[in-house]
Design a protein around this ligand. Structure first.
Ligand SMILES: [Zn+2]
Length: 289
């Protein structure tokens, strides 16, 4: 069985920590480098439910995309929710390792996994300088509504679901995708000249301006859902390493939805009197989903 330090060395080769953004906090949060590793769990968020899942699974290593601590702390006391995670992990001999912006910029990385989940053909990076996001082609043109429906069907279900901005009937051939918050990438998306952009955490003003400026279609999925496919990609990568090195690791992907949004209501109410709306792609009957 490999030591934690040997497994981490392989993970660092997949996602070199020096490629993380300067503000980021990647790497090993807790764990004994000499401890043996037999079972590994991948998840997006290092939250208490995931720590508990790692313990119940008998995992020796939890690898998450999001950092537990992004800024410095002076306490890991269990009275604080983050300290509770640290206590749960250490008391049960579970190491925690984070691959965040170094996994975003890796090849293959978070956006490759997102494109793969959607069945898209990647033709190159959206931002070549730091390898962020991906430009993709569809096998055949489809409407923006069908493209969004594809995302809703192929990404794991969340309360948020998938939102669309722009004409749902517009034709989509080339798209940009970026896992996680993508609204800092609008300039690159416009420069790429794609028909649609799929990402997460899009806000009113950038979306309003983007759709006023050009017929770009926008597809906004839950942050967690756009990054979860990376867990499957990462687990497959570690499985392959384990086979190659004869480690016989047991590698798992958490299916727990840790997107913080827990319900979504779409009222059947009509817009304010006299108001009209651009062509609507609403298909939800209004029940929380
Ligand atoms: Zn994220």
């Amino acid at each position: 069985m490999p030591r934690l330090s040997e497994v981490i060395a392989e993970l660092d080769a997949l996602w070199p920590p020096q490629r993380a953004e300067s503000w980021d906090a990647v790497g090993t949060v807790c764990g004994d480098p000499d401890a043996e590793v037999t079972r590994v769990l991948f998840a997006v968020d290092p939250v208490q439910e995931i720590a508990d899942e790692a313990v119940a699974l008998g995992a020796d290593l939890l690898v998450t995309h999001h950092p537990l601590y992004l800024r410095g702390t002076t306490t890991v006391a269990a009275g604080h929710f983050k300290g509770r995670v640290v206590h749960t992990l250490i008391k049960n001999d579970v190491a925690l390792h984070v691959a965040h912006t170094n996994a975003d910029t890796a090849d293959p990385g978070v956006s490759d996994a997102l494109a793969g989940a959607l069945g898209l053909r990647v033709t190159g990076p959206l931002v070549p300088e730091n390898n962020l996001g991906r430009i993709c082609e569809l096998d055949r043109p489809e409407t923006l509504a069908d493209f969004a429906a594809r995302a809703a069907a192929r990404l794991p279900a969340t309360a948020q679901g998938v939102r669309v901005a722009g004409d749902p009937g517009a034709t989509v051939r080339r798209v940009a995708v970026s896992g996680g918050s993508g609204d800092s990438l609008f300039d690159a998306v416009r420069a790429a000249g794609v028909d649609a952009f799929l990402t997460a955490d899009l806000r009113h003003h950038p979306v309003s301006e983007a759709t006023q400026r050009s017929p770009l279609g926008l597809v906004d999925a839950a942050h967690w859902a756009t990054e979860w496919p990376w867990c499957e990609l990462a687990a497959a990568q570690l499985d392959e390493i384990s086979d190659r090195r004869g480690w016989d690791l047991r590698v798992h992907v958490s299916k727990t939805v840790t997107d913080p949004w827990s319900a979504h209501f779409v009222p059947a109410a009509t817009p304010p009197e006299g108001a009209s709306h651009a062509p609507s792609g609403h298909t939800s009957p209004g029940a929380p989903n």
